[in-house]
Design a protein around this ligand. Structure first.
Ligand code: SAH
Ligand code: F3S
Length: 454
C-alpha cells in the first residue's frame, strides 16, 4: 500500500472532486494519509477564484520543496482550478512539481501518475470535455463517511460575470445524466446518508443544454422521492435563474431544506451592470419576495464583493442597505481581486485602494454580525431538528449539528449521536451559532415537518 496526501483548497465542488481523487487513486493502491512526511504521492486540489486562494497554493507548494529534496521518489502534483489556469507554466514556475491535471481530468489521474513513474516525464493534462462521462466514476461511490454527502450534478458555467474566472477554469456547463445522479444518491442513502447537497456552479441551469433531460426542479422532485434521504440542499443558484418552478419546489418538497444561497454580489445597479450579473437590485428583491411568499421561513445567505472597480461610496452604501433590507441569515464577503482572463480585469483598473477595500469589508461584516445575531436570537425558545455532525469546534466537550435552515447548534450530548437527527431546544444565540440542549421528550419525527420553532 502506498500513501496519498491530498490537500483541498476552495469550494465544496473541490471537496467532492477530492473524494473522487481519493477513490480513483485508492484503486491504484493508494491510501489517504494525514501525514505529508509519509506520503508517496502529494496532490493539491486547488482554487483560483480569488487572488488570496491562489497565493495559498503557491505557499503550500513552496513548503513541499524541502520534502522533495529529502525524498526524490515522492511524486507531487497539482490539480483543480490553478492547474487548469496555469497548465505548463506551473511546471516552469515550480521545478519540484511532477504533474499537472485540470478540472476535467480526474479520471485520467492513474494514467498520469503512471507516466511519471515509468516514463519519468512531467505530464500536463488540461483538456476540456463536452461529454459528461468525464465526471463519472466507473465503480461509483465506494466510501462515504458520515451522514452528509456532496453530489456534483453539473460542472462549468455559461454565465459571463465580469469578475469571475470559473467559466475559464471549469469550462462551459455540462450536466451529469440524471439517472447517474439518482443512482448515486440511492447508493448514498443505502449507506446511511440522510442529507445530500447537490452541487454545481449554477444548478438551476441543470439539464438545459441536454435535450430530454430533467429540469432542476424535476431532479429535486426525484431526489425527494428516495427513501432514506431526509434533507436536500443545493448550491449555487444564480438569481437570474431563480425560476417560478424552483420557487414552487421550495413550497412543495418536504425534504428540501428551508435555506437558499443566492449570491447578490452588490446592492448597486451600477456595480451589478459592470459585473454583468444580468439583474437589477429590484429584480433580485422581487425574486426574494416571491420565494418568501411561498416559503416564509426560508433562510437566505449570499456572497458580497466589495471594492469592485469604480465602486463609489454611494454604491457601497447601497450594498449595506440591501443587507438590512433582505435580512440575510449569513453572508460570505470578499474584497475584489482581478483574475486572469476575466472581462473586469481587462476593462477596468483595480482602482479601489486596498485600505478602502478592507474598510468596506469590515463594515459589511460588522453590519452582518448584528443582523445575524438578531435573527439567531429570534430562534431562542424554539425546538429545531438538527443533524449531529460530531464534536463541536468550541472544544468544550459539546457536540454540534445543523438545523434545516443551516444554522449551527452547539449542545451537550453524547458523541454517539453523530449522524443522527435529533431535536434541540434553543437556549441561546451568538452571531454565528445557536446554543441548545437535547430536547429529551421529543424526537425529530415529533417535530413539525419543517423543524420550525414551537
Ligand atoms: N456560482 C459560483 C460562484 C463561484 S465564485 C458558486 O457556485 O458559488 C464564489 C464567490 O467568490 C462569488 O460569488 C463571488 O462573491 C466571489 N468571487 C468570485 N470572483 C471574485 C473576484 N475576482 N474577486 C472577489 N471575489 C470574487
Ligand atoms: Fe462565476 Fe457568475 Fe458563473 S459568479 S460561476 S460566472 S454565475
Amino acid at each position: 500500500m502506498k500513501n496519498l496526501f491530498l490537500q483541498t483548497f476552495g469550494c465544496q465542488m473541490n471537496q467532492y472532486d477530492s473524494e473522487r481523487i481519493a477513490r480513483v487513486m485508492g484503486r491504484m493502491g493508494y491510501a489517504v494519509t494525514d501525514c505529508v512526511e509519509n506520503a508517496d504521492l502529494i496532490l493539491l486540489n486547488t482554487c483560483s477564484v480569488r487572488d488570496k486562494a491562489e497565493q495559498k497554493v503557491y505557499s503550500a507548494l513552496g513548503r513541499l520543496k524541502e520534502i522533495k529534496e529529502q525524498r526524490a521518489g515522492v511524486i507531487i502534483g497539482v490539480g483543480g482550478c490553478v492547474a487548469q489556469q496555469e497548465g505548463e507554466a506551473l511546471l516552469k514556475r515550480v521545478p519540484h512539481l511532477d504533474l499537472v491535471f485540470g478540472t476535467h481530468n480526474i479520471h485520467k489521474l492513474p494514467e498520469i501518475v503512471e507516466q511519471v513513474q515509468t516514463l519519468e516525464n512531467r505530464p500536463v493534462e488540461t483538456a476540456f470535455y463536452r461529454d459528461p462521462s468525464y465526471m463519472e466514476d466507473p465503480e461509483g461511490t465506494t466510501e462515504v463517511q458520515g451522514s452528509k454527502a456532496f453530489v456534483t450534478i453539473m460542472q462549468g458555467c455559461n454565465k459571463v460575470c465580469s469578475f469571475c474566472i470559473v467559466p475559464h477554469v471549469r469550462g462551459r456547463e455540462v450536466s451529469r445524466p440524471s439517472e447517474k445522479i439518482l443512482r448515486e444518491v440511492k447508493a448514498l442513502a443505502d449507506r446511511g446518508v440522510v442529507e445530500v447537497m447537490l452541487l454545481g456552479q449554477n444548478v438551476n441551469s441543470y439539464g438545459k443544454m441536454t435535450p430530454g433531460e430533467l429540469s432542476f426542479a424535476e431532479l429535486l422532485g426525484r431526489v425527494n422521492a428516495i427513501d432514506g434521504i431526509e434533507r436536500i440542499r443545493f448550491t449555487t443558484s444564480h438569481p437570474q435563474d431563480l425560476s417560478p418552478d424552483l420557487i414552487e419546489v421550495f413550497a412543495e418538497l418536504d425534504k428540501l431544506c428551508q435555506h437558499l444561497h443566492l449570491p447578490v454580489q452588490s446592492g448597486s445597479d451600477g456595480v451589478l451592470a459592470r459585473m454583468r450579473r444580468g439583474y437589477t437590485r429590484a429584480d433580485y428583491l422581487d425574486r426574494i419576495e416571491r420565494l418568501r411568499a411561498r416559503r416564509p421561513e426560508v433562510a437566505l445567505s449570499t456572497d458580497i464583493i466589495v471594492g469592485f472597480p469604480g465602486e463609489t461610496d454611494d454604491e457601497f452604501g447601497a450594498t449595506l442597505e440591501l443587507l438590512e433590507q433582505v435580512g440575510y441569515d449569513e453572508i460570505y464577503s470578499f474584497t475584489y481581486s482581478p483574475r486572469p482572463q476575466t472581462v473586469s480585469a481587462k476593462l477596468y483598473d483595480d482602482d479601489i485602494p486596498d485600505d478602502t477595500k478592507r474598510d468596506r469589508l469590515s463594515r459589511v461584516q460588522s453590519l452582518q454580525r448584528e443582523i445575524s445575531l438578531r435573527k439567531n436570537r429570534e430562534r431562542i425558545g424554539g425546538i429545531e431538528e438538527i443533524l449531529v455532525e460530531g464534536r463541536s469546534k468550541l472544544k468544550n466537550g459539546q457536540i454540534m449539528g445543523r438545523t434545516r435552515s443551516n444554522r449551527i447548534v452547539n449542545l451537550f450530548g453524547p458523541e454517539s449521536l453523530t449522524g443522527a437527527l435529533v431535536a434541540a431546544r434553543i437556549t441561546g444565540a451568538t452571531a454565528t451559532s445557536l446554543i441548545g440542549e437535547l430536547a429529551q421528550a421529543v424526537t425529530a419525527s415529533d417535530l413539525h415537518p419543517e423543524g420550525e420553532s414551537a
